[in-house]
Design a binder for this molecule. Structure first.
Ligand SMILES: Nc1ncnc2c1ncn2[C@@H]1O[C@H](COP(=O)(O)OP(=O)(O)OP(=O)(O)O)[C@@H](O)[C@H]1O
Ligand SMILES: [Mg+2]
Length: 383
C-alpha cells in the first residue's frame, strides 16, 4: 500500500465487478484491495431470533454499532445473515458506503483525502445511467477531482503488449467477447455470451442437489456451491468418454467435500460437467450457440485477411477463466470453425493473474502514460 504522501495523489483504479471489487493505486502491479462485492445488514437475519436465541447480541456487540458490514467481513456470517450483492441489486447507495469502507483502508492522510483521479474500468455493457450514477458518487458525493472510464478490452490487451486480438472475459454475471485490430475496437464485432460464473454455480448446485436425491438434510447454498466450484472445477475434452469411464469405475475425478455442518459429499463427473454450459448453453435451457462458435462468429465479422491476426491472440480473462483446461477446450472447439490452414494459428492465452487482468491493464496504461484522453473533470471543483 502506498505510504509516501506524493504517491497518494496517484490515480486509483477501480474494477467494480458483480463478484469482486478491485481497487488500488495506478502504477502498482496488483490491486491493493480485492474484496467480494457484497454487504450484509446486521439486522437482516436468515432466522428469526426466536429460532436462535441471542442472535442480535452476537452482532451488535461484536461489530460495534455499524448497520452494515462489507466485503470480506460479511462472508463469515453467510449462514446467519442475508448476504446481498450491491452490483447485482444496482444499489448505488450501498456502493457509496462500500467504497468508503475500502477507501479508508488505503490509509490516505487527511490532506490527500478525495484528491485522487479515479480510473473506472468498464465493460461495453456499462450503461450511461450507471456511468452517470458513478460520476455523481465520485464528484458530488465524495468530491474527487476527475475520473475516466476505461474500456476493459483496451486495458486487457495492453497487458499483452499487442494491438490485435480477441478478448474473452468470463466473470460472474457477464461474458463478453471483444475484438481489437490495430488498437481499434470494432463495436460490431463483439458479443455478450449469456453464460458466466453465476450460471455455472447454479448449474453445479442443481446437479448436486438432484444427485443427492433423498439426502434431504444436505446443507448447501449458492455461496457454498460457489466456493466448492472454485476449488474443484475442470474443463475436459472428452466429456462423454470420461462419463462412461466413471460409470465403469474410473475414480480419477472423485473428490470428497467436507461441508460446514460436519457431513461430506462425494463428487466426480460434476467437476467437469459444471463447465459444460459454456460450450452448450442448451444444457441449462439457454437458447444460444457455444462459446467457441460465438467467438468464431465475432472474428468472422472482420474481413478474412484479419482472421489470422485475431485467432493468434485470443486472451482469456475474468475469474471463470481460471477453470483448468478451459484454454485447451476453447482452442479445440475453435478449430472446428476454421480451415485446416488456419487451425494451426489458433492461440488461446491464459496467463497467471488473468482474474485481475483488466485492473492490471489499467495500471500498465497509466504507467506508460497512455491514459491522456477521456478524463472528465469534476464540474464542482473546476467551475
Ligand atoms: N478457480 C475458479 N474456478 C472456477 N470459477 C472461478 C474460479 N475462481 C473464480 N471463479 C469464478 O469467477 C467469477 C468471478 O470472476 P470475476 O472476478 O472476473 O467477476 P467480476 O468481475 O466480479 O464479475 P463481472 O465482470 O461479471 O461483473 C465467479 O463466478 C467465481 O465463482
Ligand atoms: Mg469483471
Amino acid at each position: 500500500m502506498s505510504s509516501k504522501n506524493s504517491d497518494q495523489l496517484h490515480p486509483l483504479i477501480l474494477d467494480i465487478g458483480t463478484s469482486t471489487f478491485r481497487m488500488g493505486w495506478a502504477g502498482n502491479d496488483f490491486p491493493d484491495i480485492i474484496a467480494p462485492s457484497v454487504y450484509v445488514d446486521i439486522t437482516d437475519y436468515l432466522f428469526s431470533s426466536d429460532v436462535i436465541e441471542g442472535l442480535e447480541e452476537i452482532f451488535i456487540n461484536k461489530e460495534k454499532i455499524e448497520d452494515y458490514l462489507f466485503g470480506d467481513k460479511c462472508l463469515k456470517y453467510e449462514h446467519i445473515l442475508k448476504v446481498h450483492e450491491f452490483k447485482k441489486e444496482s444499489n448505488f447507495n450501498i456502493f457509496k458506503k462500500f467504497f468508503y469502507y475500502y477507501y479508508e483502508q488505503l490509509n490516505i492522510t487527511l490532506e490527500n483525502r478525495f484528491k485522487q483521479p479515479i480510473i473506472i474500468i468498464t465493460s461495453f455493457l456499462m450503461t450511461d445511467i450507471e456511468k452517470a450514477k458513478l460520476k455523481d458518487i465520485f464528484f458530488s458525493h465524495f468530491n474527487f477531482p476527475e475520473l475516466i472510464f476505461l474500456s476493459e478490452s483496451q486495458a486487457i490487451i495492453s497487458t499483452m503488449q499487442k494491438s490485435n486480438g480477441v478478448i474473452i472475459n468470463i466473470g460472474e454475471s457477464y461474458t463478453t467477447i471483444s475484438t481489437i485490430l490495430h488498437g481499434f475496437i470494432n463495436i460490431i464485432a463483439r458479443d455478450v455470451f449469456p453464460i458466466a460464473g453465476k450460471e455455472l454455480t447454479n448449474h453445479f448446485l442443481n446437479m448436486i442437489l438432484t444427485g443427492v436425491g433423498s439426502r434431504k438434510n444436505l446443507y448447501l447454498d449458492k455461496w457454498l456451491a460457489k466456493e466448492i466450484k472454485e476449488k474443484v472445477s475442470l474443463c475436459i475434452l472428452d466429456v462423454k468418454g470420461e462419463e462412461n469411464r466413471i460409470k465403469e469405475g474410473l475414480t480419477k475425478y472423485n473428490q470428497i467435500i467436507n461441508l460446514p455442518d460436519g457431513t461430506s459429499l462425494e463428487i466426480n463427473s460434476e467437476r467437469f460437467t459444471l463447465s459444460e454450459p459454456l460450450f452448450d448453453p442448451k444444457i441449462i435451457h439457454v437458447d444460444y450457440m457455444g462459446l467457441a462458435e460465438a467467438t468464431a462468429k465475432v472474428i468472422k465479422i472482420w474481413e478474412r485477411e484479419n482472421w489470422e491476426s485475431l485467432i493468434s491472440n485470443i486472451i482469456l480473462s475474468g475469474g471463470t477463466s481460471l477453470i483448468p483446461g478451459l484454454k485447451e477446450r476453447i482452442k479445440n472447439e475453435l478449430s472446428h470453425h476454421f480451415s485446416e490452414k488456419m487451425k494451426d494459428k489458433i492461440n488461446v492465452i491464459a496467463v497467471s493473474g488473468l482474474e485481475n487482468m483488466a485492473w492490471i491493464g489499467g495500471s500498465i496504461l497509466y504507467s506508460k502514460d497512455q491514459l491522456k484522453k477521456g478524463w472528465i473533470k469534476n464540474p464542482k471543483i473546476n467551475s
